[in-house]
Design a protein around this ligand. Structure first.
Ligand SMILES: Nc1ncnc2c1ncn2[C@@H]1O[C@H](COP(=O)(O)OP(=O)(O)OP(=O)(O)O)[C@@H](O)[C@H]1O
Ligand SMILES: [Mg+2]
Length: 240
């Protein structure tokens, strides 16, 4: 479903955030991307839906090569929930943010309204639908951003730090929800217990490169590998 080859990216100030990273994600796969602060995870996932364009190397999603011409096709296929929900929510009401994508693409209004209502109720946001997104709590913003992505029924769901703002009960709810979604998933998280519960494969990043990839439970149990890359064992394995 996704093939990243030799992807490199340098920010305008000269920071080389990606340095030739490559990996494959099979259709229906669930991949966790882990790495310490600044490893390049967000820069990487911002390439998966065409938001960032490859400077070197390539990103191919379902046979479509990311670039200036295929932007819309890739955006339809890949839903990206940003690390910072403020980057994603931009209208005056939560409801309008969730409905923005369907309206923009001319999807059936009635069906989209029903789906928006279902998602907002599921995420505990129904009562808040007329509020400005800026007035939501961080966790509420995250669920609003997720609803705005899921309503588009993407084939690939990419989430960047989905649990950072969630309380334990909502974190548990998200685990159940994503595990039931019949889509290919890419999850960036420092919450290695969340990755343990929701991903079958893991890619470990360090300094803009993929330094290891393989079965999630195997890599997440490898203390030496994790520590070498600035990470720690998931809490469940720390003997707590
Ligand atoms: N807009 C930018 N301009 C210049 N450098 C940037 C910019 N955004 C990120 N960087 C740099 O690129 C590198 C990778 O950043 P990125 O945000 O991809 O890391 P990350 O792995 O997502 O980190 P975190 O776990 O803290 O979210 C870092 O060194 C960062 O300082
Ligand atoms: Mg990040």
């Amino acid at each position: 479903m996704i093939t990243v080859t030799g992807l490199a990216f340098t920010y305008p100030d000269g920071t080389r955030a990606l340095d030739g990273i490559g990996f494959h994600i099979m259709e229906g796969g669930s991949v966790g991307i882990v790495g310490s602060n600044g490893a390049g995870k967000s820069t990487l996932v911002n390439h998966l839906n065409g938001w960032f364009k490859p400077q070197e190397g390539s990103v191919v999603v379902n046979g479509i090569t990311s670039g200036r011409t295929n932007e819309e096709k890739i955006r339809k296929l890949v839903g990206l929930v940003f690390q910072n929900a403020d980057d994603q929510l931009f209208t005056a009401r939560v409801w309008d943010d969730v409905m923005f994508g369907p309206r923009n693409l001319g999807m059936d209004e009635q069906e989209s309204c029903e789906e928006a209502g279902r998602l907002l109720r599921d995420f505990g946001l129904w009562e808040l639908r007329d509020k400005p997104p800026a007035h939501l709590s961080q966790g509420q913003k995250h669920f609003a951003a997720l609803a705005a992505v899921l309503i588009m029924k993407p084939s690939v769901l990419v989430m960047d730090e989905p649990t950072a703002d969630l309380d334990p009960r909502n974190r548990r709810k998200l685990i159940g929800l994503v595990n039931r979604l019949p889509v290919t998933r890419v999850t960036v998280s420092h919450d290695l217990d969340f990755i343990w519960e929701t991903c079958t494969t893991v890619v470990v990043m360090n300094a803009g490169r993929a330094v290891a990839s393989g079965p999630a439970h195997e890599l997440l149990s490898d203390r030496e590998l994790l520590e070498r890359n600035g990470l720690e064992l998931p809490l469940r394995l720390q003997g707590a």
